[in-house]
Design a protein around this ligand. Structure first.
Ligand SMILES: C[S@@+](CC[C@H](N)C(=O)[O-])C[C@H]1O[C@@H](n2cnc3c(N)ncnc32)[C@H](O)[C@@H]1O
Length: 214
């Protein structure tokens, strides 16, 4: 009981730190992503959204959507009858996202169960797992996805927490080494997600995991 409480407090401190960092850096985020990907970012996003195999009218959730860099691909694929929701911890990031009549933005942590079970046809999360440093978000994501729905998780293989700052990153590397988040995510998804596939881009620095909920 005490251990659980302590874990919750630590997670809250983490989340606050992450939220404050993204709030403060939101204005520079899109430019930074473009620079670090040497302009390739749009293509990786297009590939991640293609792996969702969206159909017109689908309902899609983008978890940790940030400034909404995936939105245009998703909205195009689901068309005027489709609906999408973007969630993020950081209001500063959400404030910069596109507004669209078929899009709802929600400020919330990914680990909270805020959607009705099986309410989405497809769920995407790009570059969030690495920042999150733990996998608490997987259960609420799987719960919100319909059986037969597509799940796509893309991320980079840089040291976890690098964006938050060198001190934060170093503390985590010292504590838990360099975790294999791609492997961990795959192992966790395997019982719930069929047809798991991993593709790589950007000289192997970016991976896209996709599959279908059983
Ligand atoms: C590297 S950015 C990625 C943003 C966007 N998905 C993209 O591909 O550009 C990580 C995002 O995850 C959000 N984030 C981090 N931890 C989160 C959590 N526990 N719940 C929801 N969002 C979170 C951050 O606020 C930030 O906007």
């Amino acid at each position: 009981m005490v251990r659980l409480l302590l874990l919750r407090i630590i997670l809250k401190i983490f989340c606050n730190r992450i939220r404050d960092t993204y709030d403060a850096r939101a204005g520079r985020y899109d430019a930074l992503v473009r620079m670090l990907s040497l302009g390739g970012d749009s293509e990786y996003r297009r590939q991640a959204v293609a792996a969702l195999r969206l159909r017109p009218g689908d309902r899609v959730l983008d978890v940790g959507c940030g400034t909404g860099l995936n939105f245009r691909w998703i909205l195009k694929a689901v068309g005027p009858a489709g609906r999408m929701v973007g969630t993020d911890l950081s209001y500063g990031m959400l404030r910069r996202a596109l507004r669209h009549p078929n899009l709802r933005l929600v400020q919330a942590t990914a680990s909270r169960d805020i959607f009705k079970p099986a309410s989405f046809d497809a769920i995407l999360s790009t570059y969030v797992i690495t920042t999150l440093l733990d996998q608490e978000m997987i259960a609420p994501i799987l719960g919100a996805l319909k059986p037969g729905g597509r799940l796509v998780i893309a991320d980079d293989t840089l040291p976890p927490g690098w964006f938050i700052g060198p001190g934060f990153m170093a503390r985590h590397l010292l504590k838990q080494g360099w975790p294999d988040l791609r492997g961990r995510t795959l192992r966790m998804l395997r019982p719930w997600v069929a047809d798991l596939r991993v593709t790589h881009c950007h000289l192997g620095m970016i991976y896209i995991i996709s599959g279908t909920k059983r």
